[in-house]
Ligand binder design. Structure first.
Ligand SMILES: [Zn+2]
Length: 393
C-alpha cells in the first residue's frame, strides 16, 4: 500500500491533547474543528495553538448548520486566520444543504482560498442526485476530503475522481490522545502538503484579540473608569443601589422581567446628566452588531471579547450616535456611542450587560424576560464581572 502522509482530525471530544507526542508519533497534519453554526469549538484555540507550537500543520473545519450562512462564514473566517491548510466544510445535515453549502464555499473562497469538502459517498450520493448540475459544480470546483473506513482504497462520491484527504478510520489510537480519534491520509507527497497551503488574503474579518487588558465600566470619565469604584463616579444602576442584575422589575415595554445587567444612570448634578454622555468599549474586541432593534431597544451594539478560550459578549443598548459598525475592532476605552433613551419616550440611560454564551451573537436583542433561569444561564452580574477582570495597566 502506498505510504501516505499521516494526519488526524479532532474536536473538543478528544479532550486535552499532547501535541508533541502526536508529532513524535509521525502525524504531520491535523484538521481541527473550529466552529459549528455560530459557536466555537471549546478546544479550538487550545488545539490550534498546540498544533502550531508542536510543528503540526493545521487546518480549520466548519460544521454547517441551517441558516445564517453569512454569519457562519464571518465567524469561521475570524477563527481560521493563521491556518496552514485550506478551510474545510463538513456537511452532514440535509436541510437545504446544496444551496447553503454552495453559498458558504463561494463566500469563503472569495475571501480566503478554495475550501475542501468533507463528505462520504453514502451521504453525498443519497442527498445529491449525481446528475444535478450542482453536484458537478461542487466536485469540479472543490477538492475532496472523503470519509470511508476500513478499506484499501476509498469509495468516492460520484462526480469526484480523486481525493485530497482520506479519513480512513474513526477508531485510531495515537500516543498523546486519550480517546479514539479520526485518522487521515494526505494523497500527495509531504512537500505537496506545504504547497496546498491555505493562502490567507488580507483578512476581511479581523481576529478577535485575546484580551489581557481586562474590563472597565462602559461609562464615566477616564479616571473614574480606572478607579475601583463600581459603578464609577455618580453613575448608579436604576434597579438597585449596587447591582440590578437578576432584579425583578417592569421593563420599558411594560412587562415583568428579570434584568440581565445594569441600567446605568447619572442624575447628578442635574437629572439626565447621562443624556449624550460617551459610551466606551469595556475591553478590546470586535463589534458584532451595531444597529437598530425596534422601538424599545432602539440602537444596540454588541462586542465579542476573548479571554483565553472564553467568549465574552458585552451589549450596550438604547444608544445614540453609534461610532462603530459590525466587524470593526475596538479597544478598551474607545468611545462607541452616546447614551440615549429606551422606548419611544423612555428615560435616558445605558443598558449594559455581559454574556458568557453565544446567545447575543445569534440575537443581539436576546431577552429572557420573566425567565430568571434564562437570565442566569446567559448573563453574569456586570459589576462582579468587571471587578474580577480589572485591567492590569
Ligand atoms: Zn436595561
Amino acid at each position: 500500500m502506498t505510504e501516505y502522509v499521516r494526519g488526524l482530525d479532532i474536536s473538543h471530544w478528544q479532550g486535552r491533547i499532547d501535541w508533541q507526542r502526536v508529532k513524535d508519533a509521525g502525524y504531520v497534519f491535523a484538521y481541527i474543528k473550529a466552529s459549528e453554526a455560530l459557536g466555537t469549538d471549546s478546544m479550538f484555540r487550545t488545539n490550534s495553538l498546540g498544533a502550531r507550537n508542536a510543528g503540526v500543520l493545521w487546518g480549520a473545519y466548519h460544521f454547517l448548520r441551517p441558516g445564517n450562512t453569512q454569519a457562519q462564514v464571518n465567524h469561521f473566517l475570524s477563527l481560521a486566520q493563521g491556518a496552514d491548510l485550506p478551510p474545510a466544510l463538513d456537511v452532514e445535515t440535509t436541510d437545504n444543504f446544496v444551496g447553503q453549502a454552495e453559498a458558504w464555499l463561494q463566500e469563503v473562497e472569495a475571501r480566503s482560498t478554495a475550501p475542501i469538502i468533507y463528505t462520504r459517498r453514502s451521504f453525498w450520493d443519497s442527498w445529491l442526485n449525481p446528475n444535478m448540475p450542482q453536484s458537478r459544480n461542487l466536485s469540479s470546483r472543490y477538492r475532496l476530503w472523503v470519509a470511508n473506513y476500513e478499506r484499501e482504497v476509498p469509495l468516492l462520491p460520484r462526480n469526484w475522481n480523486a481525493w485530497l484527504f482520506w479519513q480512513y478510520t474513526d477508531k485510531g489510537r495515537v500516543l498523546g490522545i486519550n480517546s479514539n480519534v479520526d485518522l487521515n491520509y494526505f494523497s500527495g507527497p509531504a512537500e505537496q502538503l506545504f504547497n496546498i497551503n491555505y493562502k490567507p488574503v488580507p483578512p476581511v474579518v479581523e481576529p478577535v484579540p485575546t484580551s489581557t487588558l481586562g474590563f472597565d465600566a462602559p461609562i464615566g470619565t477616564f479616571d473614574e473608569r480606572r478607579s475601583l469604584q463600581l459603578w464609577p463616579g455618580d453613575w448608579i444602576d436604576a434597579w438597585h443601589p449596587r447591582s440590578g442584575y437578576a432584579q425583578k422589575y417592569t421593563d420599558s415595554a411594560g412587562h415583568t422581567s428579570y434584568h440581565t445587567g445594569a441600567d446605568l444612570n447619572k442624575n447628578k448634578p442635574v437629572w439626565d446628566s447621562d443624556r449624550g454622555s460617551p459610551v466606551y468599549a469595556a475591553s478590546d474586541g470586535i463589534v458584532r452588531f451595531a444597529g437598530r432593534i425596534g422601538n424599545y431597544w432602539r440602537n444596540v451594539i454588541t462586542i465579542e471579547h476573548h479571554l483565553g478560550n472564553s467568549i465574552v459578549i458585552t451589549r450596550y443598548a438604547h444608544v445614540d450616535n453609534m461610532l462603530v459598525s459590525a466587524e470593526q475592532s475596538v479597544t478598551r476605552g474607545q468611545q462607541i456611542a452616546t447614551v440615549g433613551h429606551s422606548g419611544p419616550n423612555g428615560p435616558y440611560h445605558l443598558h449594559f450587560d455581559v454574556s458568557l454564551t453565544t446567545a447575543l451573537l445569534f440575537n443581539p436583542g436576546h431577552w429572557p424576560g420573566s425567565n430568571l433561569a434564562g437570565v442566569r444561564e446567559h448573563y453574569v452580574d456586570p459589576i462582579e464581572w468587571i471587578r474580577a477582570h480589572r485591567p492590569t495597566v
